[in-house]
Design a protein around this ligand. Structure first.
Ligand code: CS2
Length: 491
């Protein structure tokens, strides 16, 4: 058996594996990252690693998992080091990243997390907690004040469980100690994610103490950012192949594609690493980039996930190798999404969309449709419904966007086209199952029941027959013909 990847084994890795060039042992914590998943490790942690390779700086990352100990258990015995495997049809490139110097598991030791967040050296808190981690109403972006985690954290400020609970308590401690606030940088797939973060922090703080709410509003910068890199869940096969190439065991390498993009609103009063030297785009207004990415990439991804899964495809690349699917996604992007975007000069949307189809086709990434299908109630609003609202306001057609919504409904019933159960993962899974059971396999009844989820659809869309009509028709088609034939007919 090969040795474990650690600081001591770094020097014996094959010469084509890139390793940290800065002095890892003296690095101090300048960033706390909440939500230590594969995405962070393949994206922001790599930009920070590159920035420190260029110029050593006090930007070590303390990664925090809000739920499970798995990442910490994998990384702690290997000094926080892990491998990023960049894969495409041409092969694989490996690098070992060292920017995550420590990992904590919040439920095991919330006090330690608060202690790190309160350190004066910590100047930035980056966040990837997925949509549901904001404890907000997906349709409006406002804090969900009856969320059980929020109620818990209001009652127990010293032992928080949620993102707003941790950040507000830490900011309060900093305020009392005269330590300047950190900047909160959301890196989740939400439009105006900085504003959403600012809104939930302010509201949560206000509920604790109006004075604290005001202080946070005046002192905490929450720039928005658009993040993009496809990072499928790591499999045991990936672990084994990385260990073979590395000649060392890495308990949790991350798999990704060559493409990476980060567009950041440049508002960091307490300073930041020189991410722009490593390819990050610092801009004044991120919004057009967010809408471009959420609607073209993530919107297409969700359609591929629900329709592809129902058609029996396991991965994104399998799905888009079916010409009917490729056509459908191409037309969805060109005819229904592109007209809703208005990009700054110099952005080549045609090239962006062509590159997306290539990225989806990457045969070296086994990105499961089931993985992307998770959390549909949290994802639909920004991926499909925003574009739908704008199309309807312009009096334009929404047939393919509506098919995406209908495919989610069909998927959310929890039974596939061959009568087999689907493992539906969603914070509202229990409610979805109830509604589906009541409706039975009847398009009209199912659609009507699901339109009643105002946290997803708001109050406007369910009342608009130009929305409910095409979604219900598409759902009827899905029940009658199945996903593959429906895609063929509409592509
Ligand atoms: C995907 C995203 O799982 C999903 O919902 O659509 O994780 C997607 O791969 C990333 O946003 C790409 O940047």
């Amino acid at each position: 058996m090969s040795p474990r990847l650690t600081l001591d084994t770094l020097s014996s890795l094959p010469p084509d594996v890139t390793v940290p060039r800065y002095d890892r042992k003296t690095l101090e914590t300048g960033i706390v990252h909440i939500g230590l998943g594969a995405f962070h490790r393949a994206h922001q942690a790599v930009y920070t690693e590159d920035a420190m390779n260029r110029e050593a700086g006090p930007w070590g990352i303390c990664g925090v998992s809000l739920r499970s100990p798995e990442t910490r258990d994998a990384l702690a015995p290997q000094d926080g080091l892990y491998t990023v495997a960049v894969r495409d049809a041409g092969g694989e490139r490996l690098r070992v990243v060292g920017s995550v110097i420590e990992s904590l598991v919040a439920p095991e030791d919330p006090a330690a997390v608060l202690e790190r967040l309160t350190r004066p050296t910590v100047r930035i808190v980056t966040v990837t907690v997925t949509e549901k981690g904001y404890c907000h109403e997906p349709a409006t972006g406002a804090l969900n004040e009856s969320h059980p985690g929020i109620l818990h954290d209001l009652a127990n400020p010293d032992r928080p469980q949620t993102l707003p609970g941790f950040l507000v308590e830490a900011l309060d401690r900093r305020r009392r100690a005269g330590i300047p606030a950190f900047t909160v940088l959301s890196c989740d797939n939400l439009p105006t994610n900085g504003e959403v973060a600012a809104g939930i922090l302010r509201r949560f703080a206000e509920l604790r103490d109006p004075e604290l709410g005001r202080w946070i509003e005046e002192n905490v910068a929450c720039p928005s950012s658009m993040v993009d890199r496809i990072v499928p869940a790591t499999t045991d096969e990936d672990r084994a192949s990385v260990a073979r190439r590395l000649g060392a065991e890495d308990a949790w390498p991350v798999m990704t594609e060559p493409f990476s993009q980060w567009v950041i609103e440049d508002r960091f009063p307490a300073g930041r690493p020189a991410w722009e030297l490593e390819g990050a785009q610092m801009v004044e207004d991120v919004r057009p980039f967010e809408l471009m990415k959420l609607r073209l990439l993530n919107g297409s991804h969700s359609c591929i996930a629900y329709l592809g899964y129902l058609a029996g495809y396991e991965t994104v690349s399998q799905t888009v190798s079916d010409p009917a699917f490729r056509r459908l996604i191409g037309r969805l992007m060109d005819e229904e999404v592109t007209p809703t975007l208005s990009m700054p000069d110099g952005v080549d949307l045609t090239g962006y969309k062509a590159a997306l189809l290539e990225r989806f086709s990457n045969p070296a990434l086994k990105h499961r449709t089931w993985q992307i299908a998770m959390d549909g109630t949290q994802k639909l609003p920004q991926r499909l419904l925003g574009a739908i609202r704008e199309r309807l306001a312009a009096g334009a057609s929404i047939d393919r966007l509506a098919l995406g919504v209908a495919a989610w409904m069909r998927y959310a019933t929890g039974t596939d086209e061959r009568g087999q159960p689907i493992d539906v993962r969603d914070p509202m899974a229990a409610r979805l199952a109830e509604l589906a059971a009541e409706a039975g396999p009847d398009a009209e009844r199912l659609a009507t029941a699901l339109f009643g989820l105002s946290a997803v659809f708001g109050d406007d869309l369910p009342r608009d027959p130009r929305f409910t009509g095409p979604v219900t028709d598409a759902l009827r088609h899905l029940y009658a013909q199945g996903a593959r034939a429906t895609v063929e007919a509409m592509g």
